[in-house]
Design a protein. Sequence first.
Length: 555
Amino acid sequence: MTIDRRAHAPFRLGVLLSCVYALLGPFAQAAETSAGPNVIFIVADDLGYGDLRCFGNPYVDTPTLDKLARDGVRFTDYYAASPLCAPSRAAMLTGRFNHRTGAVDVSSNMGIDRIALSEKTFGDYFRHAGYATALVGKWHSGLYSNEYLPHRRGFDLFYGFPNGGHDYWKWSLMRNGRNETADGRYMTDVFNDEASAFVEKNRERRFALFLAHHAPHSPLQAPEALVDKYVARGKGKFNRSVATIYAMIEAMDTGIGRLLATVEACGLREKTIVVFTSDNGAILGPSPDIPGETTDRYHGSFRGNKDTVYEEGIRVPAIVVWPGRIPAGQTIKTPVHGCDWLPTLFARTGQSAPPGAKPFDGADIFDLMLGKADGALETRALPFQKNRYTPVPYSDAAIRRGPWKLFWPIVAETCKKDNGRDSPSYLRGVVNPHWEMPLDPDVPTYPTVRSVTPQLFNLLEDPGESTDLSLQHPELVKELAARYDAWFTEVFAEWQGANREIREHDALYWKSRPVPDARELFREFWRWKGSGADPQKDDPLKVFRGYWSYPRERS
């Protein structure tokens, strides 16, 4: 058996530090503190600004997260990098604008959720610093090729699912390439239990845990007793779909409480920085599971939805706690960004970046957490852009600087998802283990899309983005538009390079491998309804676009 000595180096270092600590006592403790804290980074999925009690929700019970907010910092103006899962996570995992990484949408079948292999991830950074690293939960940052999975991207442990969604009861989870099937537990509990076990296992060394919860993303599933609790509470206020969402959130909160109790029991409370946030805003509208119901619920004063760069789509909860280092009970209104987490957390290690690392776009916001004013953070410009498939500059885009936000509304044709093309692989992944397959041969483009007139909002006076002030402040519109244009030109060029890298890798990866038959792979998951085709007679590859077997052959 070949032994990878590099993999064991951090363990040997941990043993050595333990011996030094035993011999030198307080001197070793000071050295250990300077080496950086443990990191627990927790991300919820589709959890909106109004989905926690500590952010104003009067219905949901989230005592663990409410206590975290009291014990540390609560950010009122934290922005996800994108109003959509995969691109938002790419920014958190790399500290870079998601366009640069290659991840601009959720369509894994096209590879536009992938973080290019030339990028360094959260796992790469902390492993380089000598930490034990784990990603537990949802990945959705590159699948259908094993080389993009977390245990190949800097994480010692990956326990979770690669797909964009998964069943909470009939789960099939991957443990570093090996699948484990459902054992009767609720998947949210499984993730919190696994996270607790990782902390316990690594109590004697530094660790960095990225806990990526699936809740409260669909499918809407939760323990029945919790659902019944909220059904009773919601009479006359909200329906069963919302009751289930609140049950999913409370179950996650309870499990996080167990994880933090493990941290406490291991004596690591003051040696561990904990972050909690969400990848994007809540999805509001028709319920995905109960016909005739909606997921509309309390979301503060904000306008918008998941998928839009209105405030509801990108402004989400964020809480940070580090007892003894970050003052408790703070509420910070300075705008911060999803790219800020990795630079901030990694800087606490005092280590240099790993070889091949690219420049961060985010800032180190630690002094802000210490209560120190930072004029540069107050006035920096934060850009956002999201549409389906190939990015376009002026559809669902915005830039915020100070109280001002310039916003370009959605151009409808750029935000339509081709469900017949994209959904079969997603739906298969909800109930099946990960598999490999080539990418869809093409990413749709929008060569004829015209720019739209932007709107200007003052978020301090109008957080609901109801009053367009662009005509009153033309000079501000011009300035912010120029900043946005420069940013988009730069990141779009880098996205083209990253996308080319991803596609070239995929072509080489499948050059000499047998490819699966899409007809069989998705036999139970084709979206025949509304297609006008007959599932008993028609060839799905002639009905649905985007599959590698038809109409073009691999070269």
